[in-house]
Design a protein around this ligand. Structure first.
Ligand code: OAD
Length: 255
């Protein structure tokens, strides 16, 4: 059991030192890391689920009956997909990976911004909104290029289109989940960033990491996960570049 340090500066320094010394962390990210890219979170005030009931707007059962509701809340995002760009938080994680101290990013986000930021081989637990396919003939589309209409329909067969994202009532991609569980149970550190740690099975990953003895570091303006060793309060786009800068300095000194 580790102590939760109270002084933000020394907490930051300790986390930087641990990252450098242990050299193998995994990150679990959520909507908070993309908030500074202009993508609303879900459960914060003003978040998507503040306005729209997820059991209606993001349920596979409802989608099968009527996909219009889903496209009402996600259509604009898909059609303007290219406007959303990684922010300093995403870029800092890619930096930590290139420095060799972060081994993998696991994300609940569907926005593809970690990959755009240069993170290799991201585990996308809830799929990707970039890939869209026809539920009838399987034809594939790529955001932002989807036919017009609400909901848009397949240009080949007029079938219903669905992004390759996980809706409530659907299972997570098996391979992604297995790989994420493997990462969580083998890495010495886990950075839990911008997630309310509410939605299972992703929410179990910090618990798995903790059970296997990993040091848990939370980056979030609020404390969402009770079992953290270190909490770095603040926005991901501010805190993560500081981590990357600190590790870069240690790497340059070679100590
Ligand atoms: P939530 O909206 O539940 O939580 C967002 C978290 O980000 C909160 O804890 C905020 O305090 C924090 N936050 C906000 N701004 C931040 C910033 N700039 N930097 C760091 N943290 C910040 O989002 P998720 O935990 O990602 O699933 O939600 C998990 C899943 O619930 C989503 O993947 C989605 C949703 O329903 C599905 O739709 C299947």
């Amino acid at each position: 059991m580790h102590e939760l340090s109270r002084d933000p500066q020394s907490t930051l320094a300790e986390v930087i030192r641990l990252l450098w010394e242990r050299g193998e962390a995994v990150a679990l990210t959520g909507a908070g890391i993309s908030a500074e890219s202009g993508i609303p979170t879900f459960r914060d005030k003003g978040g998507l689920w503040d306005t729209y009931d997820p059991t209606v707007y993001a349920s596979i059962e409802v989608y099968r009956r009527d996909p219009t509701l889903y496209w009402t809340i996600r259509g604009d995002f898909i059609r303007h997909y290219d406007q959303y760009q990684p922010n300093p938080g995403h870029l800092a994680l890619a930096d930590l990976e290139s420095l060799g101290v972060l081994r993998r990013v696991i994300t609940q986000n569907i926005d593809g911004l970690h990959t755009k930021a240069g993170s290799p081989d991201v585990i996308e637990l809830h799929g990707s909104i970039r890939e869209i396919f026809c539920l009838s003939c399987g034809r594939q589309y790529q955001a932002p290029h989807v036919p017009p209409g609400l909901p848009p329909r397949c240009e080949s067969c007029n079938g219903v289109l669905k992004p390759n994202t996980v809706l409530f009532g659907e299972s997570l991609p098996v391979d992604a989940l297995r790989q994420a569980q493997e990462e969580a149970s083998t890495r010495a550190m886990m950075l839990v960033i911008g997630t309310s740690v509410n939605v299972y099975p992703a929410a179990a990953l910090p618990e798995i990491a903790r059970r296997h003895g990993a040091v848990i570091v939370e980056v979030n303006p609020e404390r969402a996960f009770p079992l953290v060793d270190f909490w770095l309060p603040g926005q991901a786009g501010t805190v993560l570049p500081r981590l990357a800068e600190g590790v870069r300095k240690l790497a340059a000194r070679g100590n």
